[in-house]
Design a protein around this ligand. Structure first.
Ligand code: GLU
Length: 417
């Protein structure tokens, strides 16, 4: 990760959209500022008996269109400004796929890889307790993000339910299936990315069957994006994770299923059969058709944007491209499918999960898959059309579309008192 401040980038994107759409000054000011920010210090008894204090945040950016919605991230580099940016991006994301949520985000600065399961459980439960007064199924609904998953969601749901005295599955999404999770939620972000890549390829006249794809990051989003893009006929020629990258340009690219098995067994993509090791810099600058950044913020910057060879950049991660890099990519004629569209499949199926929790009516995988496809294709076309209308790139198009939808809701509800 770099020291570029993600909240400043998020504000630049908003300011640019405000300029393009001649946004009313008051509305602009409302959207620049999160509605509520909570920082908590979380004492945890570690396995060796010592007490360690972790800093956590929950940021609620905007709830004009519905309850705050957004994941919780565990990472050593979590900062309040990062969580504020991620919360704002959630507001836009939910508006773009038109689900009735606002935007929020949580994060704890910790190194989950160096903690035991018991320590992580105590951390998650104590954090849930400390934010319990400001969350709820109709108020603020959390979900997984970097280094959190169904296990953490279950602990948080259980803690919240215990505190409130009734089982409350709708307080969090991304839960395990047996306690109210939705079929298809785990793979939703990657599948949504694949649908966007498919739609983008049509616009570029790129045949997915002969397309070469590079994926940075092999966590939840990257893994499933690789899997579904491969199923759609593309060749995945390079991937990386925090321990390094691999490149294999043979016929049909990497065997993704075997690679997932290799990563599960060894904890890294490196060392996969026949693949050559490459650096992160080499990976981003590889000759390919589609680049999928699926790791962290600020990976494509003014320092490397000139060297990106892919025709399309589909942002599975949140905030991987800085505003300066965006300008460079646009000038070079690249199609950037922005994060708030490309990775919105996750929150879309979170919405489906929440609906299932509230109605106690559970859907088939096919229904989730088809509903997600419908939402993603509609959102892609809405963004594409807005970008054409305003003669801007898809990032700006997506921002204008989202800000419009949120501002409409704020105006309809009115400023009270
Ligand atoms: N953390 C994911 C994101 O950034 C999912 C959020 C959700 O499902 O609420 O979109």
């Amino acid at each position: 990760m770099s020291d570029i401040n993600p909240f400043e980038n998020a504000l630049k994107q908003l300011d640019e959209a405000a300029r393009i759409m001649h946004l009313d000054e008051g509305m602009h000011e409302v959207l620049r500022t999160p509605k509520r920010v909570l920082t908590v210090s979380i004492p945890v008894r570690m396995d060796d008996g010592r007490v360690k204090v972790f800093i956590g945040h929950r940021v609620q950016h905007n709830d004009a269109r519905g309850p705050y919605k957004g994941g919780i991230r565990y990472h050593p580099q979590v900062t309040l400004d990062e969580v504020k940016a991620l919360a704002m991006w959630m507001t836009w994301k939910c508006a773009i796929v038109d689900v009735p949520f606002g935007g929020g985000k949580g994060g704890i600065a910790c190194d989950p890889k160096s903690m035991s399961e018991h320590e992580l459980e105590r951390l998650s439960r104590r954090y849930a307790y400390m934010i319990s007064d400001i969350i709820g199924p109709y108020v603020d609904i959390s979900a997984p993000d970097v280094y959190t998953g169904p296990r953490e969601m279950a602990w948080i749901m259980d803690t919240y339910s215990a505190l409130k005295g009734s089982i409350s599955p709708g307080v969090i999404t991304g839960k395990p299936l047996n306690i109210g999770g939705s079929k298809g939620r785990t793979e939703a972000t990657g599948l949504g990315v694949a649908f966007c890549v498919r739609e983008g390829a049509k616009k570029l006249n790129v045949d997915l069957k002969s397309a070469r794809v590079v994926i940075q990051g092999f966590g939840n989003a990257g893994t499933y994006a690789a899997k579904f893009l491969k199923q759609m006929g593309a060749s995945i020629i390079a991937v990386s994770d925090s321990k390094g990258g691999i490149f294999y340009d043979g016929k049909d690219g990497l065997d993704v299923e075997a690679l997932i098995e290799h990563k599960t067994r060894t904890g890294m993509v490196r060392g996969f059969r026949n693949a050559r090791e490459i650096t992160n810099k080499e990976l981003l600058e590889l000759e390919c058709d589609i680049l999928v950044p699926a790791a962290y913020e600020n990976q494509i910057t003014k320092d490397n944007a000139e060297n990106i060879k892919a025709k399309m950049v589909a942002e599975a991660a949140n905030g991987p491209t800085t505003p300066e890099a965006d300008e460079i990519l646009f000038k070079k004629g690249k199609l950037v499918v922005p994060d708030i569209l490309a990775n919105a499949g996750g929150v879309t199926v979170s919405y489906f999960e929440w609906v299932q929790n509230l109605t106690r009516d559970y859907w088939s995988y096919e229904k989730v898959h088809d509903m997600l496809e419908g939402k993603m294709v509609t959102a892609f076309n809405d963004v594409y059309r807005t970008a054409e209308e305003y003669k801007v790139d898809m990032r700006k198009g997506s921002m204008v579309l989202a800000v419009n939808r949120v501002v409409d809701a704020i105006k309809a509800r009115g400023i009270w008192p």
